[in-house]
Ligand binder design. Structure first.
Ligand SMILES: [Zn+2]
Length: 302
């Protein structure tokens, strides 16, 4: 993971100050080979300096993509006509969740497991309807089990179909409402990558993509994961206790997160405008049919 050294110092200091039952900061290591969370500048502010590393890339990229070249139109039917787009709305599944996430590893772990179990129940019938085989996703803390990548806030390990979470990232501020909604949003996004894996999208999204166009395809993948996540969140407003204040918190997160927050980082998750657009599309419809980023004009996935 590429980590800003100043930001890392800030995080270490903050974690040392707040304590509160979360494990301490860990040393930075090299970049992960998984699909990470978008860059947030919502609370805590320090997350802006701890930008998650980009997804793994199999091909070299130019340092500065040409602004005049457009990626080829995507024709792969797995991407543009995936049956996931036709399965219908996400229906609310049974979810037993605590009201808020307390600032401790134990509380975060417990909440995360309960929420992923809920996602497994909600998405299973839709994946089956799409004609793909459903397998539940797992969730574990970074640095344990198969989550041996560096401490990004959250990422999806497609090899082991596991969402990895850095609990410390959620412990840097005494804001239970932010912590809860940010965790809900991040887990819903990472689960979106699980859906992409189950439906073949993740395996196909960068096939035959010229290296100079890869960033656009990565943004399509990431923005779709966010859209699918928002569809889940919308269908589970009651279970997630999306009262007005929590909805405001979600609005704050989805309108302030984006690649713009890390000007020197790769443009691989989408701008604030794009991130907000696809989150709102998914939230308004609660239907994967709204999440076909692979047929969207480039301006919608900037
Ligand atoms: Zn992602």
């Amino acid at each position: 993971m590429r980590r800003d050294s100043i930001g890392f110092v800030v995080v270490v200091v903050l974690i040392a100050l707040v304590g509160g039952g979360c494990s301490g900061a860990r040393p930075a290591r090299e970049r992960p080979s998984s699909v990470s969370t978008p860059r947030s500048i919502s609370k805590p502010v320090v997350t802006a300096t701890v930008a998650p590393a980009p997804p793994a890339t199999k091909k070299p990229r130019p340092a500065t993509p040409s602004p005049t070249r457009r990626a080829p139109v995507i024709k792969d039917p797995v991407l543009v006509r995936n049956k996931l787009y036709g399965v219908g709305k996400v229906r609310a599944a049974a979810c037993a969740l605590p009201a808020d996430v307390a600032k401790s590893d134990a509380a975060l772990t417990s909440y995360g497991k309960a929420l992923v179990a809920c996602m497994n129940r909600a998405w299973a019938p839709l994946i089956t309807r799409s004609g793909s085989a459903f397998r539940p996703a797992k969730i574990v803390a970074n640095d344990t089990g198969v989550c041996t990548e560096p401490p990004s806030t959250a990422f999806y390990n497609s090899e082991f179909e596991t969402i990895c979470i850095d609990w410390d990232s959620y412990c840097v501020e005494n804001a239970a409402s932010w912590r809860t909604v940010q965790l809900q949003t991040d887990l819903a996004h990472e689960y979106g990558h699980h859906l992409q894996l189950l439906t073949g999208i993740m395996d196909n999204y960068d096939l035959d993509t010229p290296s100079w166009a890869q960033l656009e395809h990565e943004r399509r993948l990431e923005l779709q994961a966010s859209c699918l996540g928002a569809a889940f969140v919308a269908a589970h407003r009651n279970a997630l206790a999306f009262t007005n204040w929590r909805l405001n918190e979600w609005e704050q997160i989805v309108t302030t997160t984006g690649d713009d927050n890390a000007p020197t980082g790769p443009r691989d998750h989408g701008s604030r405008t794009s991130y907000s657009y696809w989150n709102h599309r998914g939230f308004r419809s609660a239907d994967p049919s709204s999440c076909n980023t692979f047929t969207a004009a480039p301006g919608w996935v900037s």
